[in-house]
Design a protein around this ligand. Sequence first.
Ligand code: SF4
Length: 595
Amino acid sequence: MLYKHNIHTEGHMIHIKDHKTLNMFDPLPFLGPKRRGLMEASWAKLFRDHVLLTLPVDKIFKNYHWAMGRPTKELYAMLGVMILQQMHDLTDEEAVHAYAFSMEWHYALDITDESDQSSYLCPKTLWAMRFLLTQQNLYRVLFESVTDQLAKVFAVDTSKQRCDSVHIFSNMRHLGRIGLFRHTIKKFLINVKRHHKDLFEALDQGLTDRYLSKQGEAVFSMVKPSESIGTLETLGADLFLLIERFKDHGQIPAMSSYQLMVRLLKEQCWVEQDPESQVQRVSIKANKEVPSDSLQNPSDPEASYDGHKGQGYQIQVSETYSEEEETKTLSLITEVIAEPAHKSDTDALIPLIEGTQKRGLGPEKVLVDATYGSDENCEKAKALGVEVVSPVMGKPQENALPLTDFVLTSEAAVSACPQGHAPVKVKHKKGKYIVVFGVQICSGCPHLKHCPVKSGKKGYYLRYDDKALRLAQRRAQEKTPEFQQVYRFRAGVEGTISQIDRKTGLKYLRVRGLPAVSFCATLKAAGVNILRAVAFRNSEKSENSAPEQGNRDLLDLIYVFKERFSYATSPFVAKLIHYLGLNSLGGQILAKVAC
Ligand code: SF4
């Protein structure tokens, strides 16, 4: 533990303040009681008391040398700034300003002196720390340490959780297909011009002008819908020409802008060889043939497309909830996963559960919508000891007789149909069931139209497997009042998402790229947990303050009584306390009486 030795040594380069030792002097001596009250009710007090010390500074030590380089800023404060900037949705400039001048920030981060070394933060230092946390995925550790600490301090019950996703727009421009081709080719040509001038000058000037001159660009911005396919074909031909021209060049195929062109061609175009002339021709794919994980903008290659919500990213959120409406509990966001927008919600449920379980915050029951609640997910979650409560995707045929209307044995084999007829044969192999009903019975049945049996050689066949049975049972369960009573709490997660957006600007981020989006979204969730904890703590305090005040008035009354009648002794007061049920204040009362 080298750092423990070094942290307090004069002149070493890693600066860590000892926040555990109490300040000898009041850090806010200039505050009157009203402003002090405001500060104590603010997020700053909770951050200072419960969050600051748990920040994982030990995880970033390896990036610094204790004796070489420039001295670091105080590392607890630096990690704290990362959370506070996202929590308050501040630009870098605003964050630097708040670090320098905000009393709340100074109190929260335990900055006690006004020197530039302590209270000034250069924007470059802010970028460097963000870069370091993003590169090494340490913002996850930051989120986890904040959340785990709040869960511990407020004894949060994590047995019941709910999940949902939200779409996020990164700081990229929405491009149509023409714009996408144009920007990708332009980006490549700019790079070639910058790094390989000779190769750039050897290109056809008509082609380079189309992308790099103002007049050329104007051609692509005024395309009528009827001419868009023709324009796209010209762009496709240029794209193919450039890829072919440089594919055997030593360095150019390794350029990221060249690779984006190759990706664009593969995702948006067909390249076919003319059987007669043997010339390769480029044609443009129809919109529906373009995959949803295709390139949306060359400045943000990881962003993808969701058919309902558009271009960008999404985050998966899991949070605790309580079914006890009368008892107030703190609800915490326990897990956040950022991913490109095209990813299916179905694949997110198990990682969300596993993420919380790893940290001891796992649920016993999870409420999710139908896209998460596939049979595979329910079975996997069951193996992890978690019950998934979700409706089944899709609707069954109207008036169709469900499998659950058949009478089943304990081994899930059908022993009678909804009309009470026994089958003539039942076969069960490898989880699949084949049940045969007599021709005469079914052919005359008034329910045949809605019955899942199908006519076959030796009768009417009912085929099902364990999965179909499980889904039928879940569908039947969905209609019960018990299910409705439990499932009604799922909708609350949408309020949470809207709260994250309102408080921290989650839906429209200032950054591009999955690592940066993930960084912001994860720390915004940590920020929302802090704000929720503050609101919870304050509501608890205000609830307790009324009876507490009443008891204090009584305490004063007893004090007066004691002053007036000196013969009133402690035993009498103790009896009075017990009689009035004021045991929590008893110690104070007796102490006062004893004075
Ligand atoms: S169609 Fe046959 S199996 Fe279906 S309810 Fe009627 S009798 Fe029973």
